[in-house]
Design a protein around this ligand. Structure first.
Ligand SMILES: Nc1ncnc2c1ncn2[C@@H]1O[C@H](COP(=O)(O)OP(=O)(O)O)[C@@H](O)[C@H]1O
Ligand SMILES: [Mg+2]
Length: 338
């Protein structure tokens, strides 16, 4: 059993009225591995997780979890898995412990065992001192930790985390990532997590599947994925040009050796280039435009570069700032009762 795959996905497909949201994806996840599905909004991550956790039926293909088929043995699969998704229900007027007792009853866990498990899990996510506080008073980060505890109540062998840090402030993001690692280490829980954040995938995942338009575009360890860029004769350059103009960028883009030019801020460009002559060509073009080149730096490729390399597009545009904003609106206390 040791080396066996805990999850095996074969040609998994989901159509919505003729639109293919997940398109014949196949991959395996080993026991106690943290596997990441990394991709932009609309790539098909949530749809995949919903099928794997038996909430949605595949149009085609299947998967096994712990050897059980998600389509033919969904009751068995449900006993093995826990899910943390964005749409989790917590009752604001109940305390942390009351909420967890309520959900624990749904799993038929005997009362004493359940109480003990709740205490342990609240300790694991450092919410012990809040166990008798109403969930309505909790921060977004605390609620997300509650959601994880809830998903762990039935001691799942496999945990699905759908964008576990989406909408969390930086502090809570770090906390959630820490105990995802802890759960994985201490309980040998196999984890599939989805994210559109390159750093998250990089920090947490043993292997990463890059998903785009419902297809797995590449799948490997972060280190090997990055080699797709650097090992492929591609250089990532950071140029500091205080007087940079749109014309300089356009001229560079028209060069054969340039794969992409991204303006990072008023004076910095990030360039993906191929070939031995790239460096000279870039400098020639820039000199002709009277660019003042302060520095050229050779960067290690990031997963963002990998995504760009594979799909020709950026995974997202500057929106990473947005996700740092906590979603506290006037109705934030109410919105979890759905
Ligand atoms: N229930 C549904 N009906 C129709 N289209 C859907 C439904 N759920 C998701 N989609 C579409 O499928 C695609 C993938 O969605 P989703 O799996 O939520 O992506 P992600 O989680 O990667 O952002 C999107 O284009 C989305 O609009
Ligand atoms: Mg999603």
């Amino acid at each position: 059993m040791e080396n066996e795959n805990m999850i095996s996905v074969t040609d998994l497909t989901k159509n919505f009225n003729g639109f293919t949201a997940v398109d014949h994806i196949s991959f395996d996840v080993k026991k106690s591995e943290i596997f990441g599905l990394l991709g932009p909004n609309g790539a098909g991550k949530t749809t995949t997780i919903r099928m794997l956790s038996t909430l949605s039926r595949p149009t085609e293909g299947t998967a096994t979890i712990g050897g059980y088929s998600i389509t033919k043995q969904d009751n068995k699969v449900r006993q093995l898995v826990g899910l943390v998704s964005e749409k989790m229900i917590m009752y604001d007027r109940l305390t942390a412990k009351e909420n967890l007792r309520f959900f624990g009853k749904l799993y038929d866990i005997p009362k004493d065992a359940l109480n003990q498990r709740i205490d342990e899990l609240l300790g694991l996510v450092q919410l012990t001192e809040w166990k008798d506080a109403k969930v309505g008073t909790f921060s977004t980060g605390m609620r997300q930790r509650m959601n994880v505890v809830r998903a762990l109540l039935n001691l799942p062998k496999v945990l699905f985390l759908d964008e576990p840090t989406l909408g969390l402030d930086p502090q809570s993001t770090v906390e959630v990532r820490e105990f995802v690692k802890k759960i994985n280490r201490e309980n040998e829980t196999t984890i599939i997590l989805t994210t559109h954040m390159m750093t998250e995938a990089d920090i947490l995942c043993d292997r990463i599947g890059i998903i785009d338009h419902g297809k797995i575009a590449a799948l490997d360890t972060s280190t090997n994925l990055k080699k797709l860029v650097s090992g492929n004769d591609t250089t990532v350059l950071k140029l500091e040009i205080p007087n940079v103009t749109q014309k300089m960028i356009t001229k560079m883009q028209s060069l054969e050796c340039i794969k992409s030019v991204a303006q990072e801020n008023a004076s910095h460009l990030k360039v993906l280039a191929t070939g031995d002559e790239a460096f000279d060509s870039i400098v020639d073009v820039l000199r002709a435009e009277k660019a003042k080149i302060n520095s050229i730096e050779n960067l290690q490729p990031t997963l963002e570069d990998v995504f760009l390399h594979i799909t020709g597009r950026k995974i997202r545009d500057k929106a990473d700032n947005k996700i740092q904003t906590p979603r506290h609106g006037p109705h934030s206390a109410r919105r979890r009762i759905r």
